[in-house]
Design a protein around this ligand. Structure first.
Ligand code: ATR
Length: 270
């Protein structure tokens, strides 16, 4: 019996999630099929309803429906609750839907396991204060970062985001123009700037040769942010493909109870 899964988004044609999950399934001997489903912008709930009627067992949710999914599900994991967004829906035995958010854990696993960065006691700069940034705040702080600075184009949103997570660890918000000439151990770009080929206008003094520069976006070519970091002398450059594969693996564990080997799948995706 083949179990049905899908990713919902708008647009969705570009999604790599079916390739990733089919690779996980082949590797672990799980019988699943995984589709892309385009939902109308005001039709997320209807699309999920149809999917459940079709026998759907679980779903991933991408832009722009992560908040709709948060509102739709019957229960939330702690991480989804804190993130205010759901990227993974689990169909429980009693027919209820549970919302999870695996984005933050995906980033954390990519940083710590794949890239080998120890986050404990490190100074981390997070650029951006939108949904993508919010989704990774709790896991980053829980990893024991010494200081997590949230820097955003609109300073007030950065300050607000840091305030919201103040109970999880030491974090504060700033505008881009307030960043000093002091290198961070890790810089994570969670802004939507790369989508437009832009680079957040930050002080190059935040980068040292050994600063880990991470862009949550990925593309075939290096992103504008990673190119800029390289121009400032950074050598440890990583895009978000690892995070994409790791967040998918976390969803696969929730649905199937088996952890796939992400390294093999990442190599294939490259
Ligand atoms: P997402 O879900 O991708 O995080 P979002 O919630 O709309 O999308 O947030 C987009 C983030 O990227 C915000 O932090 C935004 O900054 P503002 O709060 O000032 O709008 C940031 N952003 C978007 N375009 C940017 C650009 N060209 N340069 C710098 N930051 C940018």
């Amino acid at each position: 019996m083949t179990d049905l899964y899908a990713v919902f988004g708008n647009p969705i044609a570009h999604s790599k999630s079916p390739d990733i999950h089919h690779a996980f399934a082949a590797q672990t001997g799980q019988a699943i099929s995984y589709e892309k489903r385009l939902a109308e912008l005001d039709g997320f709930a209807t699309a999920i309803q149809q999917f459940l009627e079709d026998g759907g067992q679980g779903a991933n949710v991408t832009v722009p429906f992560k908040h709709d999914a948060y509102e739709l599900v019957d229960e939330l994991s702690d991480l989804a609750e804190r993130a205010g967004a759901v990227n993974t829906i689990e169909l429980l035995d009693d027919g209820k839907l549970k919302g999870h958010n695996t984005d933050g854990l995906g980033l954390l696993r990519d940083l710590t396991v794949n890239i080998g960065v120890e986050l404990k006691d490190k100074r981390v700069l997070l650029l951006g204060a939108g949904g993508a940034a919010k989704g990774v705040m709790q896991p980053l702080l829980a990893a024991g970062t010494a200081k997590l600075i949230v820097s955003n184009r609109t300073k007030e949103k950065g300050v607000q985001l840091a305030r919201e997570f103040g109970d999880c660890g030491f974090t504060c918000g700033t505008g881009f123009d307030e960043l000093k000439d002091k290198p961070f151990d890790v810089i994570i770009n969670a802004t939507a700037a790369s989508l437009a080929g832009d680079v957040p206008p930050i002080n190059p003094g935040v980068i040292a040769a050994d600063t880990v520069c991470y862009d949550m976006m990925y593309s075939q070519e290096p992103t504008a942010f990673l190119k800029w970091c390289a121009e400032q002398g950074a050598t440890r450059l990583h895009d978000g493909l690892g995070m994409l594969v790791e967040q998918a693996a976390e969803a696969f564990v929730i649905w199937r109870g088996v952890r796939p080997d992400t390294a093999a799948v990442m190599a294939k995706m490259r």
